[in-house]
Each structure stands twice: as C-alpha cells, then as structure tokens.
Design a protein around this ligand. Sequence first.
Ligand code: 0WD
Length: 256
Amino acid sequence: SGLLEGKNVVIMGVANERSIAWGITKSLHNAGAKLIFTNRQERSYNKLVKLLDKNDIEAELIVSCDVSSDESIQEAFTEIKNKVGVIHGVIHSVAFANREELQGEYANTSRDGFLTAQEISAYSLVAVTRAAKEIMTEGGSIVTQTYLGAERVIKDYNVMGVAKASLEASVRYLAEDVGKYGIRVNAVSAGPIRTLSAKGVSGFNEKAGKIEEVAPLRRNVDQDQVGDATLFFISDLSRGVTGEVLHVDSGFHIIG
Ligand code: 0WD
C-alpha cells in the first residue's frame, strides 16, 4: 500500500539484517516511504549499503550519527535538512549498556555504567526529538524501541531495564512537548528477538522459550512484526495516538 507515499523517514540503528530497524525498514519501504539512514560505525554503514542493494531499496541519504554526541546529532540532522528538506518520521532504534552489567545483581551497577546506559538508550531520544522537530515542519511521528524490562524485573536486564523505564517516561514527556506541533511520540515494546544487541544480554534462549510456553500466541515475534506495528505508528492510521507504549510481544505482558 502507499500509506507513506511522499513521506521522508529517518531510520537510526540498522546494524545488520537482524536489526529490528531493518524489519522496520522493509515495512516502511513497502508502504512507499523515502528512507534516510543514520549509523554509528563504518562496519554498519558497509552492511547497510549491501543490504539495501540486495533488497533493491534506494536510500535517500545515509549519514553518520553517534547519539552520544550532541554535535554529531546536530550535524546529522543539518545534513538531512540540507539534502532532503522536511522529514515526517524518525525511527529511534539504538541502545547500549556495558555487557558486564547485563548480568548478576542490578545493585552492582557502576555509576559510569548507569550513566552510559541512560545516555545512549534514553537521553538520545530527547536529543534526537529536539533536532528532528526543527525539520518536521509538516507534523510527524517519532517511534522508539523499548522492552518489558522497563516495567518488571526481568533477570539480567538490570541497568537496561532502568534505562528503558526512563525512555518510556521520556516518550510521555516528549509527546506533551511536541504535540502542539502535530508531532507524535510513541514506543513499541517488542518481545525478545535474536539480534546483535540481544546477544549482550544473558539468558536469551530462556526468555524466548518462556514466550513460546506462556504467551497467549505461544510463539515469538520477529523483526517484521515490529516493523508493521511501527508502520502503524508512523502512518496516519495512528493519528489519534501519542505517548503510548504498544506491546508487540505475543501478549506476554498480560500474563501473570
Ligand atoms: O530482543 C531484542 N532484540 C529487543 C530489542 C527487544 C526489545 C527492544 N529492543 C530494542 C533495543 O534495546 C534497541 O533499543 O530495540 C532497539 C534495537 O535493538 P536491536 O535491533 O536488537 O540491536 P542491533 O541490531 O544491535 O542495533 C542496535 C544499534 C546498533 O547500530 P550501529 O549502526 O551503531 O551498529 O544501536 C546502535 C548499535 O551500534 N548504537 C548506537 N547508535 C548510535 N550511536 C550507539 C550510539 N552511540 N550505541 C549503540
């Protein structure tokens, strides 16, 4: 369908073909969006170029952006403004925590590790929203990726769970700030999906196995399902929704 015909959407966080942001890329591309990509590392850039080529998707623009730097974010969005002009959507699909703090007791989290997780995984949405809103002059939609560990204690998720709680609260405060400009901010809370980042959290198989056992749908979700839910948030189909966290987790979160 052409739900996103004529829309320019920035996608942050494609590391490889397993990335959630790659599932989102396919959904938005199939809906007719023009896509702009940002990535942090040279390695991801090379992978992205190959992936786009293999899937016959043409990027409007690829810019580098390290969300740990305000300057880098500003430069990226200035380049997008100069080369593309107005944007209508942003996909924020980045997070980071030190691997050694994604296991054991949360109480052992270091000050630095706590701040790093908050900076890359939560504050980045604040900084990106501020930069994006300047070029979302026709209104728009911003979508981030979160996880159930924000709401409940999930073994080993630890410092990232606290960062995701901060991210989800940011979604609500940001939604209030930019709502007056016709910009919406929402989050998708996906079930466990095997990606590069997921490898950093211990006990992935255990988590995925539990979903198959007890989630209402008795199966895990994949990148494409997150992609289609994100398409809903980016498109006008969700024009009445902002500040929301939508679970794409086979219903796991409703089970006690
Ligand atoms: O089970 C999962 N995989 C779930 C992931 C369940 C629910 C939510 N999520 C979230 C993650 O927490 C994250 O917010 O989805 C988002 C995307 O995660 P992913 O798709 O699982 O992970 P991955 O494929 O590793 O992509 C993460 C990207 C990488 O891109 P680059 O281009 O940098 O290689 O986040 C990037 C990471 O490197 N990233 C950064 N990007 C810009 N600046 C930074 C940074 N400082 N740090 C990490």
